[in-house]
Design a binder for this molecule. Structure first.
Ligand SMILES: [Zn+2]
Length: 108
């Protein structure tokens, strides 16, 4: 008997065509990253520039998940996470993501 069964993770609406399930999945991953990466001072850091947030709500709004590799598909329900797998994601602030967009390459 395995620990993971595909049917255990298939919830109603997971395969919606508007990307809502992927956005919800990534929001959950972001919240888990923010909580799990709290340092001893109760701060969350940007993986790009090291800027620190003490307010978790502000951190949630200003940090975004960025994939180390963006080639491939994202969360598609069940345990099929694709490029949205937590091992492929880092938390970066809007400044680092904007900088990467204007320079045309990944920041930091
Ligand atoms: Zn940053």
């Amino acid at each position: 008997m395995g620990l993971l069964f595909q049917e255990q993770f298939e919830l109603d609406g997971w395969n919606s065509t508007d990307g809502a399930s992927r956005r919800s999945f990534r929001a959950g991953i972001k919240a888990a990253f923010i909580v799990s990466q709290l340092n001893r001072l109760g701060q969350v850091l940007c993986a790009g520039c090291g800027f620190a947030w003490s307010d978790l709500v502000l951190a949630f709004n200003e940090l975004e998940l960025e994939g180390l590799s963006e080639t491939g598909t994202g969360y598609a329900g069940g345990v099929d996470m694709g490029v949205d797998h937590p091992n492929n994601l880092v938390l970066k602030c809007f400044r680092c993501i904007d900088k990467a967009a204007t320079v045309g390459q990944k920041a930091c």
